[in-house]
Design a protein around this ligand. Structure first.
Ligand code: ADP
Length: 579
C-alpha cells in the first residue's frame, strides 16, 4: 500500500471514528433530553393541574373564585392528555365538576371529584415511573454504545500509532544506513523493502544504482591493476636503474637494475625511508642526497659506481612528481623518482677523445718547435739573405706556427682539466710579474693594432694566494681576447683592486662587446659567439674558469653590447699576518 494511501486511510479513519462518536453521543444526549422533557410536559404539568384543582375544591363553595381556578386548571388538563385512560378520567372530572356547579354543597360529588383527581394523579405517576425506567435504559444503552465506539476508536488509533510511524520511519532509516554504506565505498550493499509500497520502488532504484556502482568500481579497479602491472613491468624492464619515492620519501618501487647496481635487496629498500637507507649504505646516501635538495640546487655530477665488474659512471636525475589535484589551485608534490643513466660508454669515449687530443697536441709540440726554430734561423739570415717576398712568407709561417702552438697549448690544458689532473700550486704571489707577463705576451699583437694597455693597480693591493702560472695564463687569455675583439687605436684597461678579502683583476676593452644572451654560455667549452673572428677554439675562457675555480676564485664578465666588455677574476689576497 502506498504511503499516501496509508496516511489518508489512517488519519481518515480516525477522523471518521471521532465524528461517529460525537454523532452517537449527541444523538443519545438528545434522546435523553427528549425523555425528560416528555415527563416534564406530559406528566409533571398534569400533577400540577391536579394539585391546583384539589386546592380549589377545598375552597368551594366558600370562595367564589375557586370555581374559576378549578375550571382554568381543568381546561389546561384537557389540553394535556397524554396517557392511556387519562381522557376518560379527565372527562369524569369535567362531568362531576358540572354537577358540583349545580349543587355546590353536595359532598358525594366532591368526593367523586377527589377520587377522579386521585386517579388522574396515579395514572400520571405510573407514567412518570415507566418513563424514568425507559430513560434509565436509554442512558445505559448510550453508555454501552459510546463505550464500545470509544474502545473501537482507541484500538484503531493505537494500531495506527504503533504501525504508521514505524511503517514510514523504518524504511527511511534502512535507506539512510545503506546510503552511508555506499558512501563508504561498500558497493555490495543492497536493501530489501518488499512490503513498503513506494519504498519498494525506491529500494529497487537504490539496488540498481549500487549494482552499477559495483560494476563500475570493479571494472575501474581491474583497469587500474592492469595499468599498475603494466607500469611496474615497464619500470622493471628499463635498462636504467629507477627508484620511486612517495611524498614522505619512502621507497615505493625499485627496478631490478637499481637493485643490481646498488647491491641491495628489495626488502632493504621497499617501504623504507630514504634517510634510513642512507644511514646504512654509503652508495644509497650518495644517490638519495638530492631528494632533500630543491630542484634548482641539484648538482649534475656523475656518480662513480663499481658495477658490471668495472668502474661505471651514472648520471643522476631526480624528478619531482607534482600533481594538480581536482579542486586545488597549487600542484602538490606526491613523490620523487631517481633515474640513473649509465653514461660509462660516453665517459669511456670522452676519455679516449681526451687522451687522443692530449697525445696529438703533445706530439704536435715538437714539430711546431722545430718549425719555429727553422723560422728563427731563416730570420737570422745565417743561411743566406731573404728577399721581401720570402720574408713575408716567413712572417706568415711564424704567425701560423705561434697560433698553432697556442692552440696545442690550450688543447693540452683542456685535456688536463678534463682528466681532472690540474696541478695547482698555491702560494703568495706578487701581482706585478703576472701583469707584466700577460702584457708582454700580448704586446706584439697589440702593437699591430696600435692598442695600448693602461694599467691601474690600487695602492691597497698586495700579493695574492695563487698559482702564478695558471693565473698568468688566464690574464694572458683575457688580454689576447681583448686585443682580438678591440678596434684599432684603442686602449685596454687592466685594473687590480681589493674587494673585501679578495683581489680582483679586471680587463676592460672598448670593443664590440657581447650580447646579453651569450653572457651565460661564454665560459662553456668550445662556445664561440656566432660571427666571432675566425681562428679561436672557444676553449680559452672555459680553461680560465677551471683554472680560477680550482684556486677557489671567481670569474665573470660584464658587457655593454657595442661598447665593450669587462672580464674579471678574483683570488684571495694575502692577509697582512701571512706575509
Ligand atoms: P676564443 O677566443 O678562442 O674563441 P674564448 O673561450 O677565449 O675562445 O672566448 C669565447 C668567445 O667569447 C669568443 O669566441 C668571443 O666570441 C667571445 N669573447 C671573448 N672575449 C671577448 C671580448 N673581450 N670581447 C668580445 N667577445 C669576446
Amino acid at each position: 500500500m502506498k504511503i499516501k494511501t496509508k496516511l489518508t486511510f489512517g488519519v481518515g479513519s480516525l477522523f471518521l471514528m471521532i465524528f461517529l462518536l460525537a454523532a452517537l453521543s449527541g444523538w443519545y444526549v438528545n434522546r435523553l433530553k427528549k425523555d425528560t422533557a416528555n415527563i416534564l410536559t406530559a406528566n409533571y404539568n398534569t400533577l400540577l393541574y391536579a394539585k391546583n384543582m384539589l386546592l380549589a375544591l377545598e375552597e368551594i363553595p366558600v370562595e367564589k373564585t375557586a370555581f374559576t381556578s378549578f375550571e382554568v386548571n381543568l381546561d389546561k388538563q384537557r389540553k394535556n392528555v397524554t396517557e392511556v385512560g387519562e381522557q376518560q378520567t379527565t372527562n369524569a372530572i369535567a362531568k362531576h365538576f358540572l354537577q358540583l356547579k349545580d349543587k355546590p354543597l353536595d359532598v358525594t360529588v366532591v368526593s367523586s371529584i377527589r377520587k377522579d383527581i386521585a386517579l388522574l394523579m396515579e395514572q400520571n405517576m405510573t407514567a412518570i415511573s415507566r418513563k424514568s425506567i425507559l430513560a434509565d435504559h436509554t442512558a445505559e444503552h448510550a453508555i454501552l454504545v459510546i463505550s464500545f465506539a470509544g474502545a473501537l476508536c482507541f484500538i484503531i488509533a493505537f494500531i495506527l500509532l504503533v504501525n504508521l510511524p514505524s511503517n514510514i520511519a523504518d524504511p527511511i532509516a534502512r535507506l539512510t544506513a545503506s546510503i552511508r554504506q555506499i558512501a563508504g565505498l561498500n558497493y555490495k550493499e543492497r536493501i530489501d523493502l518488499q512490503s513498503s509500497g513506494e519504498f519498494t520502488e525506491l529500494a529497487a532504484s537504490f539496488n540498481s544504482m549500487a549494482e552499477k556502482l559495483e560494476e563500475y568500481a570493479e571494472s575501474k579497479l581491474e583497469k587500474i591493476l592492469k595499468e599498475k602491472k603494466r607500469i611496474e613491468s615497464l619500470v622493471d624492464n628499463m635498462r636504467d636503474p629507477v627508484i620511486g619515492f612517495d611524498e614522505d620519501r619512502r621507497v615505493i618501487f625499485v627496478n631490478e637494475e637499481a637493485l643490481r647496481i646498488t647491491n641491495l635487496h628489495k626488502d632493504q629498500l621497499l617501504g623504507r625511508s630514504a634517510l634510513a637507507v642512507s644511514e646504512e649504505n654509503d652508495l644509497a646516501r650518495d644517490i638519495f642526497k638530492d631528494l632533500f635538495v630543491p630542484a634548482a640546487n641539484r648538482e649534475k655530477n656523475a656518480i662513480k659506481i663499481y658495477a658490471d665488474d668495472r668502474e661505471s659512471y651514472f648520471e643522476k636525475d631526480v624528478i619531482d612528481i607534482n600533481v594538480l589535484q581536482t579542486g586545488e589551485l597549487e600542484p602538490k608534490l606526491i613523490g620523487q623518482v631517481v633515474i640513473l643513466k649509465n653514461i660509462t660508454p660516453f665517459k669511456e669515449l670522452d676519455l679516449a677523445k681526451t687522451n687522443f687530443i692530449g697525445t696529438v697536441s703533445h706530439e704536435f709540440k715538437t714539430p711546431i718547435a722545430a718549425i719555429q726554430m727553422g723560422v728563427q734561423l731563416l730570420e737570422n739570415e745565417q743561411i743566406g739573405p731573404l728577399n721581401t717576398e720570402q720574408l713575408t712568407l716567413l712572417n706568415g709561417i711564424k704567425d701560423d706556427s705561434s697560433r698553432l702552438l697556442q692552440i696545442t697549448g690550450e688543447l693540452l690544458n683542456m685535456t688536463q682539466v678534463e682528466s681532472g689532473s690540474i696541478q695547482i700550486n698555491l702560494h703568495a704571489t706578487e701581482i706585478q710579474p703576472i701583469i707584466e707577463y700577460a702584457v708582454m705576451a700580448n704586446q706584439f699583437a697589440a702593437n699591430q693594432k696600435n692598442i695600448h694597455f693602461a694599467i691601474e693597480i690600487a695602492p691597497t693591493v698586495k700579493s695574492i694566494i695563487a698559482d702564478n702560472e695558471k693565473t698568468a695564463w688566464v690574464l694572458t687569455n683575457f688580454l689576447s681576447n681583448a686585443v682580438r675583439y678591440s678596434y684599432e687605436d684603442s686602449v685596454i684597461h687592466i685594473a687590480v683592486e681589493n674587494i673585501g678579502l679578495k683581489t680582483r683583476f679586471i680587463v676592460k676593452d672598448n670593443g664590440q662587446g657581447i650580447e646579453a644572451k651569450y653572457l651565460e654560455k661564454i665560459f662553456a667549452r668550445y662556445f664561440r659567439v656566432p660571427g666571432s673572428k675566425k681562428g679561436g677554439t672557444g676553449l680559452g675562457l672555459s680553461i680560465s674558469k677551471e683554472f680560477i675555480e680550482a684556486q677557489g676564485g671567481e670569474i665573470g664578465v660584464e658587457s655593454d653590447y657595442g661598447a665593450g666588455s669587462s672580464f674579471y677574476f678574483s683570488l684571495r689576497s694575502v692577509a697582512s699576518n701571512e706575509k
